[in-house]
Design a protein around this ligand. Structure first.
Ligand SMILES: Cc1cc2nc3c(=O)[nH]c(=O)nc-3n(C[C@H](O)[C@H](O)[C@H](O)COP(=O)(O)O)c2cc1C
Length: 350
């Protein structure tokens, strides 16, 4: 295994700019000539169901960025997902070949500017028909994924599911631990960090910050729960932002599998980049679709069934949503999540 060429480095730099659940890419790149192997790191292989799906969606976004940057540089990226049944840590093998010329549909240019925006208020105008068609074409590049506009009559029922799931993150001890364990209170409210969520990018109003920081202590959160605190937090962190956003979008597949999860990640990243080129802000909300999934033992059975029935009523019984996002216009977040330098994700030099 050697060190990557300059072009390969540009491609990999784009890959690590992809979004990831809680801003952690548990992966390493191995490069040999024109082949890139993506290898999962840390606890991915033994991770609980929910964490594995979130990570697979993130891997999809990584490969989409990588492929888009390769195409913009005149290369073609050919990906084999999960190529070795005997090696669960090998996520993808990607061959980078020369193509007939640089191909750029405008998405690669948005890779560095894309960010998660958690401001409460996204404003109009609504997307135009040609803009919506461009997004539909971006999703169609990943044939197993469908896009659903949760606007009009579908908005109300979707909001109820989103609020229910996001409230659970403040009500259930383990989900609360997961939520707060990735927030980097140690970096303060003005700085970014290479891994985990810097508090400054959470969109918490300055006067609420001290109170929000206290919520990381479970006894305090639990005590607040007795007077409806979890519901209020679900309202503020998810219901209101989604209610006020010009558009709410869900991405679904036919069923849950690692290949469908990475496909969602690819389509999700394409529309996120397209929305960035259109000047739109984006915030994903993964809880309500993922907490609905069968096999997710971290979620109470009654909640899971309620969410599953709710999504089935909205999207029909054949659609399994894996991601929801809101979009609209908003000033960019002042602080953006950072990344480790690329060398952190490459094998150490001998
Ligand atoms: C699979 C996945 C799920 C995510 N879920 C949420 C979510 O529920 N709420 C949220 O605010 N951000 C969510 N995000 C956004 C990540 O927190 C964000 O991508 C990461 O912190 C890096 O920041 P950046 O997108 O600004 O580069 C999700 C991202 C991915 C890829």
């Amino acid at each position: 295994m050697g060190q990557p060429s300059a072009a390969m480095r540009q491609i990999l730099e784009a890959a690590i700019r992809a979004p990831s659940a809680d801003n952690q890419h548990p992966l390493r790149f191995e490069t040999t000539g024109d082949v890139i192997r993506i290898r999962a790191e840390g606890e991915y292989v033994s991770a609980p169901f929910l964490r594995r799906i979130l990570t697979q969606i993130s891997f999809g976004a990584v490969v989409e960025n990588l492929s888009l940057r390769a195409a913009s540089l005149g290369f073609h990226a050919s990906t084999a997902w999960f190529p070795d049944a005997g090696d669960a840590s090998l996520i993808a093998t990607i061959i980078i070949g020369q193509s007939s010329g640089a191909q750029d549909d405008g998405l690669a240019a948005a890779i560095e500017a894309r960010q998660t925006n958690r401001a409460v208020l996204f404003r109009g105008p609504m997307l135009s028909e040609p803009e919506r068609r461009a997004l539909a074409a971006d999703v169609a590049a990943t044939p197993s994924v469908a896009m659903h506009w949760l606007d009009g009559d579908l908005r109300g029922p979707a909001l109820r599911l989103i609020r229910t799931a996001e409230t659970e993150r403040f009500r259930d001890r383990e989900l609360h631990r997961e939520l707060f364990s990735c927030i980097r209170f140690d970096v303060g409210w003005n700085r970014s960090c290479a891994e985990g969520l810097p508090p400054a990018c959470l969109g918490v109003e300055p006067f609420l910050r001290p109170a929000f920081a206290l919520l990381r202590h479970w006894p305090i959160m639990r005590a607040l729960g007795f007077i409806g605190g979890a519901g209020i937090l679900g309202l503020r962190s998810a219901y209101l932002p989604c209610r006020l956003a010009p558009h709410l979008i869900a991405l679904s597949v036919g069923d849950v599998s690692p290949t469908n999860a990475v496909s969602i990640g690819r389509a999700f990243q394409r529309i996120w980049l397209r929305l960035t080129t259109l000047g739109c802000a984006v915030q994903p909300f993964a809880a309500s679709p993922l907490y609905a999934l069968e096999g997710n033992s971290a979620i109470r059975g009654t909640l899971r069934q309620r969410l599953r029935a709710g999504w089935s009523d909205i999207l029909g019984p054949d659609a399994t949503p894996l991601m929801v996002l809101r979009t609209g216009h908003c000033a960019p977040a002042a602080v953006q999540s950072g990344r480790h330098p690329l060398d952190h994700k490459l094998p150490r030099r001998a």
